[in-house]
Design a protein around this ligand. Structure first.
Ligand code: NDP
Length: 256
């Protein structure tokens, strides 16, 4: 275990992770479960993957609940948050992780493609935060961690919709952080670089892989668990004076 080392570091904490059935979200769910949190996660369609994550959480002796919820649907998100809170009380930690990463050049992009990607990667963050905030405020505090992307910092050819949405997530993070810190709610972001998940590997060609290795100083892809550790830090009291910040987990791809 890393910085947030104690097995019970999040005991009694209620955590909601969006897109927890695979990849980075799965690693975040299990990292919290391993440290004693009660975790709820949502996913879009992959029931088998969701079941596997639930079981893996149970293997750590943790309570992990899964919900099939489309985060682009505001009413469904509100119902999800109500259900999670109804079962367990206010959410202490919200991790907005669900995302999608299709490739299209701007010149070929349809308005529907633009809309779908911005809805999945940006609107969802607004919907989830808005739904979770009243409970956090009533409970006297909480932590929100938004998963952005290096694409939102430096741009990404064939992913302008995604990069625009993730840049929006970073601006939204700073804005919301300023609004809610008076309620003892800390809002921060984690911005991954190239992480070995289906989202990236689906995109992969041999040529791209060689290029990625050449321009990533760490000379490897990141692991989902390495992103999860940054999320845990931002959710923990160890980061109590960190507000509206972005932690990059990118192997040195972008140094700011
Ligand atoms: P994956 O594609 O591996 O997993 C995506 C997860 O999000 C799945 O659980 C999926 O559920 C869920 N999801 C997608 N759309 C929706 C939706 N509309 N409603 C609910 N759940 C949804 O992605 P990663 O783990 O790689 O990415 C996680 C986050 O990290 C994303 O925000 C991504 O943009 C960001 N990121 C990833 C990078 C990488 O290199 N992998 C780099 C930079 C940022 P289901 O399986 O059911 O569809």
């Amino acid at each position: 275990m890393s910085r947030v080392e104690k097995a019970d570091a999040f005991a009694g904490k209620r955590v909601l992770v969006t897109g927890g059935s695979r990849g980075i979200g799965r690693a975040i769910v299990l990292a919290f479960a391993q440290r004693g949190a009660e975790v709820a996660f949502c996913y879009r369609s992959d029931h088998a993957a969701a079941k596997e994550v639930k079981q893996a959480g149970a293997d750590f002796g943790a309570r992990v609940d899964s919900f099939q919820t489309d985060v682009t649907d505001a009413a469904a998100v509100a119902a999800l948050v109500e259900q999670v809170q109804g079962k367990r009380g206010a959410i202490d930690v919200l991790v907005n992780n669900a995302g999608s990463f299709p490739a299209t050049k701007v010149i070929d992009m349809t308005p529907a493609e633009w809309d779908a990607v911005v809805r999945t990667n940006l609107y969802s963050v607004f919907y989830c935060c808005q739904a979770a905030l009243p409970g956090m405020i009533a409970a006297g505090g909480g932590a929100i961690i938004n998963i952005a992307s290096i694409a939102g910092q430096r741009g990404s050819a064939r992913h302008a919709h995604y990069a625009a949405a993730k840049g929006g997530v970073l601006a939204f993070t700073r804005s919301l952080a300023r609004e809610v810190i008076e309620h003892n709610i800390r809002v921060n972001a984690v911005s991954p670089g190239r992480i070995a998940t289906e989202l990236l590997v689906n995109e992969q060609t041999a040529h791209e892989f060689a290029r990625w290795m050449a321009d990533t100083p760490a000379r490897r892809l990141g692991a989902p668990e390495e992103v999860a550790e940054a999320v845990l830090f931002l959710a923990s009291p160890a980061s109590s004076y960190i507000v509206g910040e972005t932690i990059a987990v990118n192997g040195g791809l972008l140094m700011e």
